[in-house]
Design a protein around this ligand. Structure first.
Ligand SMILES: *Cc1c(COP(=O)(O)O)cnc(C)c1O
Length: 422
């Protein structure tokens, strides 16, 4: 239980969840765009950053776009999703993973989460194919920079002839069995949004090994102009191309990707060490299989250490209890010293906008969805909560993970978290 009297000196300036970290080269490339007057969606920065990303990730083609969301939209279009068609999708993720399915008229069906990496549960995906054998597209996100169970998910998709779209927006630079995320799907997306591991202030990319697909995205994203003397259009177009100014920022960030990952890993390890002895665990990953990019450090409280907490659609409430805590209390405690944490992504199947969409758990019987989540709600045959995503949302939170946070600042955050359990 955190007491106001526990209040420690506030950070000034604020310690952010994850903010842009500039190095100087970004400004040089940006200035070059200005001085050469390539203030447009063509130019040397775009070409170079597409080349650099292909080299780093190990894909054949990268198309610079205005956002990761635009890349996901283009991926859904490439996968040929038609109005009314169901598409399987990660459930505990940012809404941008899902919305592009709906832009194309598709109907997302959410697949529950597993505890080992906090990503799509292969068991639930298998169940989903039993329920909807005709589904041909699966959108898989790697949450907070931790690769999901790629082999298992890929085997299931192959067995059912489904195409994978990988949402690697949060996991750029993370590897699974030595390969970069963003290479496992047929069409893949990364993001250069301001809070990602590297940034262009905005921007994203579609990654693929399919030449024809890359060419289509180049055309669609620049209003689908045909090769003619006038503006000739045979297909629907979009204004989704990356700006050469933004590309300059990304270009300057690229050499610093590994450095950012190393800094984020230090932060993760320091939390892990500093929180030892408390009834909490860090967001997990399988050390034998994957190396995350450690974009956000998160923690999850043991069930027994939870004080009572409920969340309505827009407000939380909890009852403080000696020796126990909850994400709401910890987030308030962190905020009281001017540091920024965040709840776990609220699962998509619990979002009002997607209330009518399907949700499949590992037992595949739809019970979880009809049981609005309460602590100790519906449990599966294995005794675990049936709705794992909501359980992680209920007990988990994202910690301040900015790579400019000092060791001293992080120690104070750890101290505040410790006080929550006194
Ligand atoms: C950030 C993010 C996106 C979208 O990227 P933008 O560049 O902000 O459009 C998509 N999916 C996930 C999981 C993200 O975190």
């Amino acid at each position: 239980m955190f007491k106001e009297s526990d209040q420690i000196e506030k950070f000034e300036p604020k310690v952010w969840l994850s903010s842009p970290t500039m190095h100087g080269e970004e400004f040089e490339f940006l200035k070059e765009a200005y001085e050469t007057n390539w203030m447009s969606t063509v130019g040397a920065n775009i070409n170079e950053v597409e080349r650099l990303v292909c080299k780093k990730i190990g894909c054949k083609y990268a198309v610079g776009l205005s956002a990761g969301t635009a890349a996901l939209h283009m991926a859904v279009k490439l996968a040929g999703v038609k109005p009314g068609e169901k598409v399987f999708c990660s459930d505990m993720t940012f809404s941008a993973t899902v919305n592009p399915i709906v832009y194309e008229g598709g109907v997302p069906v959410f697949i529950d989460t597993e505890y080992d990496t906090w990503n799509m549960d292969p068991e639930a995906l298998e169940k989903a194919f039993e329920l909807y054998p005709d589904v041909k597209v699966v959108v898989i996100a790697h949450l907070y920079g931790t690769p999901g169970k790629v082999d298992e998910l890929r085997d299931i998709c192959e067995k059912h002839g489904a195409v994978i779209i990988e949402d690697a927006a949060e996991s750029m630079g993370a590897t699974y069995k030595g390969l970069q995320t963003g290479t496992f799907g047929k069409y893949n997306a990364i993001s250069f949004n301001g809070n990602k591991i590297i940034t262009g202030s905005s921007g994203g990319m579609l990654l693929t090994d399919d030449k024809e697909a890359a060419e289509k995205v180049r055309k669609w994203s620049t209003q689908s102009r045909e090769n003619a003397p006038w503006y000739q259009h045979e297909e629907l177009g979009y204004n989704y191309r990356m700006s050469n100014v933004i590309a300059g920022v990304v270009r300057g960030q690229m050499p610093h990707l590994e450095e950012h990952i190393a800094q984020k890993k230090v932060i993760y390890e320091r939390y892990k060490e500093g929180l030892k002895g408390l009834p909490v665990r860090m967001n997990p990953y399988n050390e034998k299989e994957s190396e995350p990019n450690f974009w956000l450090s998160c923690l999850i409280l043991d069930k027994e250490a939870m004080c009572r907490q409920v969340r309505s659609e827009c407000e939380p409430l909890y009852i403080p209890e000696t020796g126990k805590s909850c994400p709401t209390e910890i987030l308030e405690a962190i905020a009281s010293i001017n540091a920024e944490g965040r709840p776990i992504w609220k699962p998509m199947h619990m979002q009002p906008v997607y209330r009518m969409n399907g949700f499949v758990t590992r037992e595949g019987d739809g019970r979880a969805k009809t049981n609005a989540y309460i602590a100790g709600g519906a449990t599966g045959k294995d005794g675990n909560p049936l709705d794992i995503g909501m359980d992680i949302f209920h007990r988990g939170l994202c910690l301040p993970s900015d790579n400019k946070m000092t060791e001293d600042q992080q120690n104070r955050i750890i101290e505040v978290i410790r006080k929550c359990f006194e």
